[in-house]
Design a protein around this ligand. Sequence first.
Ligand code: CUA
Length: 181
Amino acid sequence: MVLSTKSNHVSLKGFDKVKYELNKYHAERYWGIFVAALLIWFWILGYPWMPPVAFDSALLESQNIHTVGVTAGQWYWMLDDRGNSQNANDTNVNTNNNQLYVKAGETVKFVARSIDVNHGFGVLSSSNQMDVPLFQMQVVPGFDNIFYYTFKKPGIYTIRCLEYCGWNHPYMVSSITIHAA
Ligand code: CUA
């Protein structure tokens, strides 16, 4: 008659008693509401970062879009300056990393292409202590992968591949210098 005594809560002990009390107050319902509210809160926090929303504000703020071409390959990054016009001819590439001159505050349109496999174009703000990721975009071969971003502060930003792409993936690192406005 173990079962019949178990249904009488007075005789419950330890964890069984805790479970009985939690059920009495419908604790699982509140736990469910709490988790749902947390997920909705994360969605609200992330909303401004969703590409269409983030890009809209970047495009509204700036008439002058600075286009930067990104070529990804095993295992390197190549950046090229495509000029300071919204109508920059993306096919007229002037490939010279030293000529890349991006200023803080201007809206940068990254147009990334991969010559081989999937890469992750990750841009990080670096200090002696740590790298803080600013954004990441998948670079899928066969597509122009586009991301708009405005650097607020001048400095040297680290570019790091954030998608495993072969044995040398951890060393697929470069940088982009942002000049004072
Ligand atoms: Cu390219 Cu990992």
